[in-house]
Every structure is written in C-alpha cells, then in structure tokens.
Write a protein that binds this ligand. Structure first.
Ligand SMILES: Cc1cc2nc3c(=O)[nH]c(=O)nc-3n(C[C@H](O)[C@H](O)[C@H](O)COP(=O)(O)OP(=O)(O)OC[C@H]3O[C@@H](n4cnc5c(N)ncnc54)[C@H](O)[C@@H]3O)c2cc1C
Ligand code: FES
Length: 263
C-alpha cells in the first residue's frame, strides 16, 4: 500500500535525530512492531529511490518515525514541514512476535530503539503482565534516544555508552549480561529482541542461541526496492533442512529468529 500521508509534527529527538509524525490512518491501523515503511523523500521526488525506516509508533491514526541524518536522503528529509505531503509505502516485512514468552529483554543501539518502543507498547498493552526491560547503547549520551518515552511507559531502562557519558562505560551487553546472570539464578525464562548495528545484533543472537532462549533480530541492510524485487538486501539464513538460503531482508525479514542467521 502506498499512502499519501501528511506531516503532523517534526521535532528534535536529540542532536542529529528527529521524530517525524505522519497522519497516516490506513498504515497506522495495520502496522505491527518490527515492520518498516519505505518513504519517498519529498525533496528527492525525481529519484525513484525510497528510504526504509522502522516504525517507532503507530497509534491514533499517526505513524511516528525516529531517524538519524546520515546522508543525502535523511538530510533532505530534515526539510519537510508540518502540513507537507509524504508518500509512504507499507506495512513492509515481518515484525516481532507480540506474545510474552518469558521476560522480554529489548536491546537497542542508537536509532535501533525505534521498533523496540512500538514493541514495548504492544507487549505492555497485551495484558499478560510481562514487564519488558530495555537495554540501550550508544557512542555517547546523545545516542541514547527516547528514554523519556520508554520511562513514561513504565519500562525499566539500563544504559551504556562507549565514552561513559551515561550509564555503564562500555558495551550495552555488560548490563545485559548482569540481568541474564540474575535471571539464570532465578531460573527465569527470557526472550531477546534487538535492533541496531551488526556487532550488537550478533552479540545478542549468540546469547539467545547460547542459552536456548528465543531471540528476534531485526537486520538493518541497505535496501532499494523494499519489496523483494532487487536482491539488494540479502542475509544468509539456515533452513530447517540445514541448507543455507539467501533471504531478502525486506520480505523475509527484517526480523529473523536468532538461530536461523548465518553470520
Ligand atoms: C529495515 C530498516 C529499518 C531502518 N530503520 C531506521 C530508523 O528507524 N531510523 C533511521 O534513522 N534509520 C533507519 N534505517 C536506516 C536508513 O534507511 C538509512 O540511514 C537511510 O536509508 C540512509 O539514506 P541516506 O540517503 O540519508 O544515506 P546514504 O547517502 O544512502 O548513505 C549515507 C551513509 O549511511 C549509510 N547507510 C545507508 N543505508 C544504511 C542502512 N540501511 N543501515 C546503515 N547504514 C546505512 C551508508 O553506508 C552511508 O555511509 C533503517 C534501515 C532499514 C533497512
Ligand atoms: S530491497 Fe529489493 S529485494 Fe530487498
């Protein structure tokens, strides 16, 4: 589906990051956490190429994106104003499961927290009583995004930064490992959900596979078509018969089971 959305707000989410809120009633009603949308950047209308973004939130007829300006498309996206029209294709890809299967441990790096906010909201609304814990890592405190919004949901938050400007100094796997050890001591099951840079995804996947707990990994790959036609977004996965298969992140993912990924 391609929806002609309208910009409802476009505010800072920290240095270099912004929240883009779109009035998009059809998309908002259908999206599930972990799916993504493919955005036509208005200033680049002449180019057929869209840019993929996770969905930070989809509620009340609006879709919220949390993005970082890194290049031509995302810098151009900065110039959209309230009231502007933006074409958005979606819902795309497969998302996270939304049922609690042990304590949900959500692990995000940088803008990788985007799909985890939508997931936390849905898990908390699911009525099963499960309480997600969020682990967020970044290079500095400026890369720890949307913490106030997670806190407002009542999510417990553990942070880490490479430079020690907030939380534990080091990788976010340090506070994660502390919690994993304590859950192990109490023989409590957990389920891992992650989105962020590849190094983090691999570290989280290893912890899921190594402990025999479910892990759901959202892969960030360069995408062109977003709908399975161009094979730009290949990720090798293991099939149940042991064969290795070239999966397309846009249609077979972006969320994969940790045990299926070939690194
Ligand atoms: C499923 C999915 C979900 C995503 N969700 C978000 C999100 O919620 N928020 C957000 O800010 N970004 C997200 N991204 C990344 C975003 O799509 C890219 O940052 C964007 O397309 C870059 O476009 P550009 O024209 O600004 O940069 P370009 O000029 O194309 O590239 C600039 C730099 O960014 C790097 N880059 C480009 N695409 C990616 C990518 N997919 N991953 C990592 N680095 C990239 C390039 O290698 C280059 O160094 C997501 C990507 C995918 C595939
Ligand atoms: S982006 Fe074209 S096949 Fe995935």
């Amino acid at each position: 589906m391609n929806e002609k959305t309208t910009v409802a707000s476009h505010d800072s989410a920290g240095p270099g990051y912004r929240f883009l809120v779109l009035d998009a009633p059809h998309l908002a009603a259908q999206l599930v956490p972990g799916q993504f949308v493919h955005v036509k950047v208005p200033a680049l209308e002449a180019s057929a190429l869209r840019r993929p973004f996770s969905v930070f939130d989809a509620d009340g007829g609006q879709v919220t994106l949390l993005y970082k300006s890194v290049g031509r498309g995302t810098v151009a996206l900065n110039s959209v104003q309230v009231g502007d029209g933006v074409e958005v294709m979606g819902p795309l890809g497969h998302g996270f499961p939304e049922k609690c299967n042990g304590v949900p441990l959500l692990v995000g790096g940088g803008y990788g927290v985007a799909p985890l906010y939508f997931l936390a909201k849905r898990l908390l609304a699911g009525g099963s009583g499960c309480k997600p814990i969020l682990f967020v890592g970044g290079r500095t405190k400026d890369d720890l995004l949307a913490l106030d919004r997670f806190a407002a949901l009542g999510v417990e938050i553990r942070t880490a930064t490479n430079d020690g400007s907030a939380g534990v100094k080091g990788f976010v796997t340090e506070p994660l490992d502390d919690v994993l050890a304590s859950l192990k001591q109490k023989s409590e099951q957990f389920e891992l959900f992650t989105c962020g840079p590849d190094g983090l995804l691999k570290a989280v996947a290893q912890r899921a596979v190594g402990t025999g707990n479910p892990g759901w990994i959202s892969m960030d790959r360069h995408m062109i078509c977003g709908v399975g036609a161009c094979f730009a977004c290949i990720q090798k996965i293991k099939l149940p018969n042991g064969e290795v298969f070239n999966a397309r992140c846009c249609v077979n993912g972006p969320v994969f089971k940790a045990e299926d990924l070939v690194w």
